[in-house]
Ligand binder design. Structure first.
Ligand SMILES: *Cc1c(COP(=O)(O)O)cnc(C)c1O
Length: 406
């Protein structure tokens, strides 16, 4: 494993040179979206400058170049996540879109009284589509509870599982707290009762390279914009047998085999789920982002981010009255905190004046905030291009905010 040369890496990210309110930008909102390296920006400029064209239907050179690049990106995604077949990779507009394809597709695969299990640590995009599915199908939603450390209570999970359980949906890493959930165990236990499992990898994919075949997971979803790619593109992985069972999500061009007014037959995988013109440039840039991150190496990234997490946790806890939410030993570089009764929004606004970008609020995970009986938190999330010096700036900014607000 290589050591990470953070100063060299920072040169790859033009936005990190920005000033905010006259101060150097300190970007700690990586759990919401990551920044974009030059390689990815260049790929986007290259696409629109040199071979912008619609894919899969043109005989002309530009269309063939765009199609080849897009299908090459799908192959890169397949290899990165280690799916068995490239047609098991559906390129979508992102995690939310991917989840909705599965949740809608299950409507007719469930019967009244069937059960779906989600976890207390979910993002809203992994709660609401299942509630809507339960309403349509007459199924029942069960929730794996969490403990004060922000970990799932696995004993209760095992009690919730039964032959009524048809689906289990859990995120790999909580975006609000950073907890890494024991997905291997969750998948294994669900399969024992014959339930399918969807893992939301949106928050884990920037830190951990998953092996989908080894995990034996049925569905996996993620967004490119959280791992140095552009917004508006992501993936839905499904095992071939599952993708064949699910009906198409949207009708339109690209997803058909034969169309007549009497009957339309659908295209095979992956096109059955890719109606209309996709985000061609975004897909290509997604592939470039994966190349970029793999060149640094996920083990190198994880080791460096662990250092940042330990340093940040130690320094922030030196501030009197500061409480960190999410204290699992098994977590990534996310620190969610509050100071006394000070509203997180007020802290966020003051540190922004000092150039520091953090997220404040419920982080699309209101049930977690309800559990702790708080309106929200301040969340600092670190990436491999952040430094300890930036954490020092954050700590000083939070101290200043505390002084002004208490
Ligand atoms: C960001 C995120 C999502 C939503 O991703 P979109 O790109 O907004 O669709 C879902 N789940 C988790 C855990 C996330 O971090």
């Amino acid at each position: 494993m290589n050591m990470l040369d953070v100063l060299k890496i920072r040169e790859d990210f033009p936005i990190l040179k920005r000033k905010i309110n006259g101060k150097p930008l300190v970007y700690f909102d990586n759990a919401a979206t990551s920044q974009t390296p030059l390689a990815v920006i260049d790929a986007i400029v290259d696409y629109y400058s040199n071979y912008n064209s619609n894919i899969h239907r043109g005989v002309h050179t530009l269309s063939q170049e765009a199609t080849d690049a897009y299908e090459m990106a799908r192959k890169k995604v397949q290899e990165h996540f280690n799916a068995k077949h490239s047609y098991e990779i559906i390129l979508t507009s992102g995690t939310t879109h991917s989840i909705n394809i599965v949740a809608t597709g299950f409507t007719n695969l469930l019967s009244k009284g069937d059960e779906i299990i989600v976890s207390a640590l979910e993002h809203h995009s992994n709660i609401v589509p299942w509630q809507m599915l339960c309403e349509r199908a007459g199924a029942v939603l069960k929730v794996i509870p969490m403990n004060l450390e922000g970990e799932l209570v696995m004993d209760v999970y095992e009690q919730l599982l039964s032959d009524k359980t048809k689906l289990v949906f859990v995120n790999h890493i909580s975006n609000a707290l950073g907890t890494i959930n024991p997905i291997e165990k969750i998948i294994h236990k669900a399969h024992k009762v014959g339930a399918a499992v969807l893992i939301d990898g949106a928050q884990s994919c920037p830190h951990i390279k998953p092996d989908l075949q080894a995990l034996d997971v049925d569905f996996y979803v993620a967004s490119a914009h959280k791992l140095c790619g552009p917004t508006g593109v992501g993936l839905l992985y499904g095992k071939e047998e599952w993708l064949n069972k699910l009906p198409p999500y949207q009708g339109g061009g690209e997803m058909i085999d034969q169309v007549t007014f009497e009957k339309t037959t659908y295209a095979g995988l992956p096109h059955k789920f890719e109606a209309g013109t996709p985000n061609i440039c975004g897909g290509i840039a997604f592939g470039v982002a994966l190349d970029y991150m793999n060149a640094i190496g996920f083990d190198t990234i994880a080791a460096y981010e662990k250092e940042l997490l330990e340093y940040g946790t130690e320094k922030l806890l030196e501030i009197e009255g500061l409480k960190i939410y999410g204290t699992s030993k098994n977590k990534t570089s996310v620190i969610s905190f509050n100071i006394g009764d000070i509203h997180p929004y007020d802290i966020g606004s003051i540190v922004d004046k000092l150039g520091v970008a953090v997220r404040t609020g419920h982080h699309c995970a209101q049930p977690i905030m309800d559990f702790y009986k708080i309106p929200g938190t301040v969340r600092a999330s670190f990436s491999f291009y952040n430094t300890k010096e930036e954490i020092d700036i954050l700590v000083e900014a939070v101290k200043k905010a505390k002084m002004m607000l208490s």
